[in-house]
Design a protein around this ligand. Sequence first.
Ligand code: CMC
Length: 428
Amino acid sequence: MSDKATLEINGEKYEFPLITGSENEVAIDVKALRGATGGVITIDPGYKNTGSCESAITFLDGEKGILRYRGYSIEELAEKADFLEVAYLLIFGELPNQEELDKFHEDIKSHAIVDDDIKKILDAFPKSAHPMGVLASLTSALTAFNPTSVDVNSDEDMYNAIVRILGKFPVLVAWAMRKKHGLPLDYGDNSLGYVENVLKMMFKNPTSDYEQNPILVNALDKLLILHADHEQNCSTSTVRITGSSHAGLFVSLAAGISALWGPLHGGANQAVLEMLEAIREDGGDTKKYMAKAKDKSDPFRLMGFGHRVYKNFDPRAKIIKVAADEVLGDLGVEDPILDIAKGLEKEALEDQYFVDRKLYPNVDFYSGIIYRAMGIPTEMFTVMFALGRLPGWIAQWREMRLRKEPIGRPRQLYTGETYRPFKSIDKR
Ligand code: CMC
């Protein structure tokens, strides 16, 4: 294969290098395009064909349904690793040995307290506030109580910022939920594992001890691993582009949380459950909702279906579907919504509209059913996604800064008015 791409504009030929990734993906390097052509740019709304960076963190093949973190398959990681090991792997590039993992956890625990004044900020939110908005605000507010900038040239500075946010974030997650439910705001328990501690902080009742349920711990561990990174998705790109202006880590993460909130991205897990609930309340007629999803005059979409990159099964959805059956079985929960979801999936996979467009269930289709069985309120689902995605955002932010990427600043094709003289107000 040639190592160059040729572009012809108005009879003039330009050559651009082809670059190849470690899995043989090919990209045309158009860095020199504007300069060489005297101002021509590419346009690609939604960046469907545009690589924003080179990255060594996550590999995804949407046609084959492959997802790997640092070379390790998502299937193996979900089965054999725990969330903190995966976080370490994503951020630092290698699986930790026991000593490294223990130190990482100790360092995170030593930062597992947020300034108590954060409670005052939380107090000012109405109970009706969506926890994603609260989480984004509090994450941003952390900058007011902690060093705001990180010297990215100092490994120590970088490491400290990372363990600090990994320690404090679960506290904010738990508080965002407890505030909504009128429960006292408490801190965690350093004798526990990372995921066990998250569950205790979320669910501990003020009048009784919290008993760990290994089924819940395993289920959450797996869900967090499955959400931990997904290369250059909307929220991750937001984190990278925010950080590219050299804004600090915490505010870059806060920007990512806001991007994740939308129903086309992480907010889909809440939207899926609300959709399934609506179908159930409407008598369980899945065919009616299939027809709505296919009707171009109806804005309704089958939430939890389709993906920008996967044109095959989302490998995370496969794992989560099996996990949903296991967790509900282990917990002895019978949820009619699981049957509706399975019915909808079956119909969609056999439907020509979905087949033609290669629309498969994505990670969000079954995750909400597990969260619900675990007792996690619906409006917290996207917050749980954010907790899982945190190491991925951190890893991507770190990579972007270490690679000294330039500030993110796309071009545009202007389609507005050309010059026109100013019209005084009496002439308009
Ligand atoms: N239901 C019905 N039709 C759909 C759906 C859906 N869920 N998703 C895509 N389509 C149709 C769409 O109408 C279009 O049809 P046509 O070619 O006739 O105009 C075609 O499929 C391609 O869709 P698109 O919107 O151009 O694809 P995209 O890559 O821009 O969007 C998506 C990807 C995930 C935003 C979209 O599939 C969607 O809105 N899905 C529902 C929301 C959802 O589940 N989001 C979670 C994504 S996975 C987790 C995450 O990213 O956080």
